[in-house]
Design a protein around this ligand. Structure first.
Ligand SMILES: Cc1cc2nc3c(=O)[nH]c(=O)nc-3n(C[C@H](O)[C@H](O)[C@H](O)COP(=O)(O)OP(=O)(O)OC[C@H]3O[C@@H](n4cnc5c(N)ncnc54)[C@H](O)[C@@H]3O)c2cc1C
Length: 438
């Protein structure tokens, strides 16, 4: 009888698990003994560490994603969301992009739905806040920053100008620090094309609730990063929380208040909402309760990994693996191998990986790294950041495209055009139709 493996989510864990299963179960797939399905609202996997560079225009948005159907020809890809998991009945409810929801049965499930932005009930956050988890958000952010430079250049009103040129990022982990540093670099670069905007006219504010930035690279390199950001004129407010931002009026816990047109929220993540719509056990932080073998605790035929799963860190007893790509990719490999072992009736193995540190890009030719205890800053760290991520991007095709983008940006300067119009492609046509009905 055919075994159906269903993977919920085609991100890091979903893509890499399916890639390995596709290779290791080559014969079983060909003979119809095994079937694999991935369900994801998108038809591509997003390489999230490249989102800040996509926002800054160093990389084309198409090149920071890997098309699932092309990379996984032996896997069925369904686009839409899993809205419910009834594991007791071995079925999920699938809501396709268009049309009625339907139930899909499986023999084995892999929960790989990742995370969403962890927000707080802050007044006004939905008015101006934007996250940084998707290509859509990265590109909207880029268009927004460039559009606001256009606005500032074209207005006579100093209030409008000040508000347009004030950018706030909340959360100083790698997503927040990298996107702020990359956007600041891009905006600084772009000011040469504007007559009335100097780099010092643009206000960048980084708000962080704890006392440190970039904990991923350790205290020493975090301190160095903080100094670097401040030297670049970025206001870094530590030990400070966003209290409200109604209508773009930003109020911080240190008593300061100002208007801003843009606020990027990168203050942590929480598991995808689908984990709450399932009968799988959750841990105290709302993640799927997972064993060291990447099975769902006390549940047969269910596996989980990545940001949505609470995976015990066997190298650090009592702790869990942090939600990052470093773990997600390695967990996917062990998870796929454990599925193969389960199908063959073999003993499963534990997931064991000691966090090796991190690399972060801080704009063109600037970076910080702390990997295997080797601490780098400036150009060497930036170079390491690029080579490391290049080695990690799935498929040769994407690697080549990324290198071409970087090379073009090196010789021809990056593109600094806002294509915000793409977010409202029908406005012009609608206006034209309206004139014929008058
Ligand atoms: C800006 C940014 C920079 C980062 N930089 C780094 C870095 O430098 N180093 C590092 O190690 N980590 C980094 N990370 C973290 C890393 O990207 C994540 O930890 C990793 O993507 C987690 O993998 P995942 O498979 O669990 O989730 P994801 O890769 O997010 O994949 C989850 C997938 O599930 C899909 N999905 C969600 N809900 C459903 C549903 N209901 N039904 C079906 N599908 C669903 C989503 O569409 C998505 O495709 C960064 C993250 C961000 C946002």
């Amino acid at each position: 009888m055919t075994k159906h493996i269903l993977i919920v989510g085609g991100g890091y864990v979903g893509l890499y698990t399916a890639l390995r299963l596709q290779r290791r179960l080559h014969r079983e797939l060909r003979d119809g003994q095994v079937r694999i399905t991935i369900i994801d609202p998108q038809s591509y996997m997003t390489y999230q560490p490249f989102l800040p560079e996509a926002a800054a225009g160093n990389l084309s948005p198409r090149h920071v994603v890997a098309p699932l159907r092309r990379v996984l020809p032996k896997v069925r890809i369904l686009n839409g969301a899993v809205t419910r998991v009834d594991h007791a009945e071995r079925t999920v409810t699938f809501q396709p992009a268009e049309g009625e929801a339907r139930r899909i049965g499986y023999d084995l499930i892999v929960m790989a739905a990742g995370s969403i932005s962890r927000t707080l009930p802050i007044p006004g956050l939905t008015d101006i806040g934007i996250g940084l988890k998707t290509v859509g958000e990265a590109i909207a952010l880029r268009n927004r920053v460039l559009h606001l430079l256009d606005v500032a250049e074209s207005t006579d009103d100093p209030e409008v100008r000040r508000r347009a040129l004030t950018f706030v990022v909340v959360g100083a982990g790698f997503a927040g620090v990298e996107v702020l540093a990359e956007l600041e670099d891009m905006a600084r670069d772009s000011t040469r094309y504007y007559r009335n905007i100097k780099p010092s006219d643009i206000r960048w504010v980084l708000v962080e609730a704890t006392r440190r930035v970039l904990p991923e690279v350790g205290p020493e390199m975090g301190k160095w990063t903080l100094e670097q950001l401040r030297e670049r004129g970025i206001e870094v407010k530590l030990d400070t929380r966003l209290e409200s931002c109604v209508g773009g009026h930003v109020v911080l816990s240190d008593g300061s208040a100002f208007d801003a047109e843009t606020l990027v929220w990168t203050a942590g993540v929480k598991p995808s909402t689908v984990v709450n719509a399932s009968d799988l056990p959750l841990d105290e932080r709302g993640r799927i309760k997972t064993t060291t073998m990447l099975t769902v605790a006390g549940t047969p035929d269910a596996f989980a990994a990545g940001d949505a799963a609470g995976v015990p860190d066997v190298t650090n007893p009592g702790q869990y693996c942090a939600p990052n790509a470093q773990h997600a990719v390695r967990q996917a490999k062990v998870l796929a191998d454990n599925i193969v072992r389960r199908l063959r009736g073999e003993q499963l193995v534990e997931y064991r990986h000691k966090y090796v540190g991190s690399v972060a890009g801080l704009g063109l030719h600037q970076g910080v790294a702390n990997v295997y205890g080797v601490k780098l800053r400036g150009f060497p760290a930036w170079f390491m950041h690029r080579t490391y991520h290049l080695s990690r991007v799935p498929t040769l095709n994407r690697k080549v495209r990324v290198v071409v983008d970087w090379t073009l940006a090196l010789f021809f300067k990056r593109e600094t055009i806002s294509l915000g119009e793409m977010e409202h492609p029908r406005d012009g046509f609608r206006a034209a139709v309206a004139t014929t009905h008058r």
